[in-house]
Design a protein around this ligand. Structure first.
Ligand SMILES: C[S@@+](CC[C@H](N)C(=O)[O-])C[C@H]1O[C@@H](n2cnc3c(N)ncnc32)[C@H](O)[C@@H]1O
Length: 336
């Protein structure tokens, strides 16, 4: 490490210590919370721990996102890692500060969930979060007040999440009062298996009720055939009821950044989804007017550069870097 890098490291550490005093809530220091996060660190897979990393982004981008439980759900180590990156980015006047993609993505899903629910009119609606991780929308989005929310993820993850929420809230009574959604049901399931929809139904999912499917930060962790099966299962359910699908897709260049972590990708989700039976596909890129939220100030930022290139271009002609894109996609389905 060069002297300059060491200096930056020291500054980032001292910024963290200063911030800790006001940023890290007392709840994070609770013994049970610390011990639950120690279990996460020792027993969860890297894939499961991504849930804490996205929660950390929601906690640290709290000037844009209101998620009061995000810090407890993220845990100190995820917060610290992202905080250090953000501090370094700010000190280096980076064009994009770490976590901005996750912040924009969260806000885009929030906005599209709200629009989907209002498109159902007065009908009862349900929202299914596949790969829900540490998502706390059931506690923070007022548009969910008449909706049943289903959170699907690995059982061990959902158990610890429930305990962290319990710790954050204090009592079951408090928890009930803090919940905004009509109900939240946690469904422990592996969506690579064939039985996840049955498990969802057993937990109360009503196939004929208007449904928003939220696939945020999940498809690219699945192998191609598993991701396609999940999309096909949702498409089949569109034949029964008014459905809105919200999902983010990596393009091939993004998935190639780590072949061991990312698998499924699509360069053209607007062609893939209609072939499966979805309608009205709308695609946005980070930085588009509906995926900006005032968080991308530098006009020369990476996302604007990518948006100015045709989507078929794989390599940035300016510097030869791969065009890594994240597509935010909305589609719908209706019974015949
Ligand atoms: C990057 S996190 C995203 C979490 C959440 N959607 C968010 O945006 O904060 C990915 C989540 O998908 C879950 N996941 C990955 N593969 C899964 C599978 N096969 N079945 C169920 N959940 C899965 C992980 O456990 C993790 O919680």
């Amino acid at each position: 490490m060069s002297e300059e890098e060491k200096q930056h490291q020291r500054q980032a550490e001292s910024a963290w210590q200063e911030d800790c005093s006001f940023m890290l809530s007392q709840r994070l220091r609770l013994e049970t919370v610390q011990s639950l996060h120690a279990t996460i660190a020792h027993e969860w897979s890297a894939l499961q721990r991504t849930a804490c990393q996205t929660a950390a982004a929601r906690a640290l981008w709290n000037h844009a996102i209101h998620d009061p439980m995000a810090d407890v759900l993220a845990g100190e180590s995820s917060l610290r890692i992202l905080h250090e990156k953000m501090t370094k980015d700010k000190m280096n006047n980076a064009r994009e500060v770490s976590g901005v993609i996750l912040a924009v993505r969260t806000l885009w899903f929030d906005a599209r969930i709200e629009a989907a629910i209002s498109s159902f009119g007065k009908q009862e609606a349900q929202v299914v979060l596949l790969g829900a991780g540490m998502d706390a929308r059931a506690y923070r989005l007022s548009c969910l007040k008449d909706c049943d929310v289903f959170e699907v993820d690995f059982p061990e993850l959902l158990q610890i999440k429930a305990r962290l929420i319990q710790e954050a809230m204090g009592s079951a009574e408090h928890q009930k009062r803090a919940m905004v959604a009509k109900s939240v049901t946690r469904v422990g399931a592996d969506i690579k298996e064939d039985d996840w929809l049955d498990k969802l139904k057993t937990c109360g999912f009503a196939p004929k009720m208007s449904t928003v499917w939220v696939l945020e930060g999940i498809l690219y962790y699945l192998h191609h055939h598993n991701a396609m099966q999940v999309l096909q299962t949702i498409a089949a359910n569109c034949l029964l009821t008014h459905t809105v699908l919200l999902a983010d897709f990596m393009n091939e260049s993004s998935a190639s950044l780590s072949n061991s972590t990312y698998h499924f990708y699509s360069d053209w989700p607007e062609q893939l989804l209609p072939a499966l039976g979805f309608l009205n596909v709308k695609l946005s890129q980070i930085g588009d007017p509906d995926a900006h939220f005032g968080l991308l100030h530098d006009s020369q930022n990476l996302f604007n550069k990518l948006r100015s290139l045709p989507r078929s271009v794989q390599t940035n002609p300016e510097d030869g870097s791969p065009c890594c894109r994240l597509y935010l996609v909305e589609a719908s389905g209706f019974p015949n």
